[in-house]
Design a protein around this ligand. Structure first.
Ligand SMILES: [Zn+2]
Length: 74
């Protein structure tokens, strides 16, 4: 099992809400699969998830209102 970079606690599969701030515009992506430390709660994303997040952010950048909330799976 992977270990937390910060406290060496066990990482467990979880979901989290990812938040990005683009020049005062906020993008919130819900239910993003992540690894979460069972000890300190630190969240990390795998490389595939990060590139998926980047794709979603890139897509939303054009149509951005002040706050955009999307579901990762949608
Ligand atoms: Zn930790």
């Amino acid at each position: 099992m992977e270990k937390c970079l910060f406290c060496k606690g066990d990482l467990v599969d979880s979901y989290s809400n990812y938040m990005a701030d683009l020049d005062g515009h906020f993008i919130i992506i819900k239910n993003v699969p992540c690894h979460k430390c069972s000890q300190c709660g630190e969240v990390s994303y795998s490389g595939a998830i990060v590139s998926e997040i980047e794709k979603i952010v890139e897509k939303l950048r054009d149509v951005l209102t002040e706050v955009a909330i999307v579901d990762f799976a949608a």
